[in-house]
Design a protein around this ligand. Structure first.
Ligand code: PHB
Length: 398
């Protein structure tokens, strides 16, 4: 029996934020795409990730007609709180950036909205495929091979271009010969233990708390569900963390100011994530273009991950539009360099927020004082607070 061969213009590997946003953008430009995804729809819609959207991401979702539920259920904050040394400091993001806000709307809710809208538009998303591999990237007929079921026949999707949106562990980055890519990496000696609990909000905005026992973050999901994080050993076993231990640690790290208390509720989800910064340069090999976590990872402290994935595919969609409409390849040729300029700035900001807010065993007394001076500076200088705010709500596109 021969291999089933199909054709599309852009083959997209991965139905995360990068792949789904790209499919929507291409559809609006009249460019056909097919997404292949190794996980099931239930898995991608249930994966708990972070939840902060930059202002332009919110504006883009609305402009694309994808923002209705976000506008109803999202949380729109004018700033964040930095808490350390038994004091709280409000960073007035909207005031410092000409009205840009912090939107809290979980990544898997964005995914649900994008999948539903794409399928309603007649979009082609193939969930639960196995054995995905990329071929012919050097030529002008690249293809994606995969199986719909683990022991089903191999199928081939021939494309003009392939977008590798398959996350850090996907096959796309590995399809670029190792000698042609440079990878930059920093592994942090700590992770985050994240919980979801049924409780009312303890505060009207996010609190980033730096404490001698380690960092802690208070975030939200809905009037009934809260999201909280505690800095922990990245290799720790979640079984070592009873609910009582988690609450004790959260109270200690967050309840450091007079008159503020943390509201508790039953914990229904908990897990530990490791933290790394990672960049792959180049993001392009022949007709393959990487986007999102396939090419770069940021630690969650700067709340940049999803936004950076969307920024990549915005650049890619524009380049593909110029190619199909005007036969121009300059956008595609410049894709990696253009995307990497924004990525490195987001890497810098995420590293900066992470370094400023976390304590480590390895930290020298000198480094500790520098960190304290940074916190003092950013909460006492309008210029420093403006720089933080500008990065947090999202840098302008150039
Ligand atoms: C979250 O709500 O999950 C969240 C918020 C802010 C961050 C990271 C995660 O910096």
């Amino acid at each position: 029996m021969g291999t089933t061969v199909e054709r599309t213009q852009v083959g997209i590997v991965g139905a995360g934020p990068a792949g789904l946003f790209l499919a929507h953008m291409l559809h609006r430009q009249g460019i056909a795409s097919v997404i292949v995804e190794s996980r099931t729809r239930e898995e991608i819609e249930g994966t708990i990730r972070a939840g902060v959207l930059e202002q332009w991401t919110v504006d883009l979702m609305n402009a694309m007609g994808l923002g209705d539920r976000m506008m109803r259920e999202g949380h729109f904050h004018s700033g964040i709180t930095l808490r350390f040394d038994r004091r709280s400091h409000h960073i007035d993001m909207a005031g410092l950036t000409g009205g840009k806000r912090v939107t809290v709307y979980a990544q898997h809710e964005v995914i649900k909205d994008l999948v539903a809208a794409r399928l309603a538009d007649g979009g082609d998303i193939r969930f639960g495929v196995s054995g995905t591999s990329l071929h012919g990237l050097d030529g002008d007929r690249p293809s994606i091979r995969y199986r719909r079921t683990p022991d089903g026949p191999e199928e081939e999707l021939r494309c003009d271009f392939i977008a590798g949106c398959d996350g850090f562990h996907g096959p796309s980055r590995q399809a670029i010969p190792a000698a042609l890519r440079t990878e930059y990496q920093k592994i942090y000696p700590f992770g985050w233990l994240g919980i979801l609990c049924n409780a009312p909000p303890s505060h009207h905005e996010l609190i980033y708390a730096s404490h001698e026992r380690g960092f802690s973050l208070l975030s939200t999901r809905s009037p009934e569900v809260q999201r909280l994080y505690i800095q922990c050993d990245p290799t720790d076993d979640i079984a070592n963390w009873s609910d009582d231990r988690i609450w004790a640690e959260l109270h200690t790290r967050l309840e450091t100011v007079e008159g503020w208390s943390l509201k508790e509720g039953p914990i229904f989800q908990k897990g530990i994530i490791a933290m790394r910064s990672f960049v792959c340069d180049t993001m392009r090999h022949g007709r393959l273009f990487l986007a999102g976590d396939a090419a770069h990872i940021v630690p969650p402290t700067g709340a940049k991950g999803l936004n950076l994935a969307v920024a990549d595919v915005l650049v890619l969609a524009r380049a593909l539009d110029a190619f199909y409409r005007e036969g121009r390849s300059d956008g595609l040729d410049g894709y990696s360099a253009t995307a990497l300029r924004r990525i490195w700035k987001a890497e810098r900001f995420s590293w900066y927020m992470t370094t400023m807010l976390h304590r480590t065993e390895e930290e020298t007394p000198f480094e500790r004082r520098i960190r304290q001076a940074e916190l003092d500076y950013v909460t006492s200088s309008r210029a420093a607070a403006t720089a933080l705010a500008e990065n947090y709500v999202g840098l302008a596109f150039d």
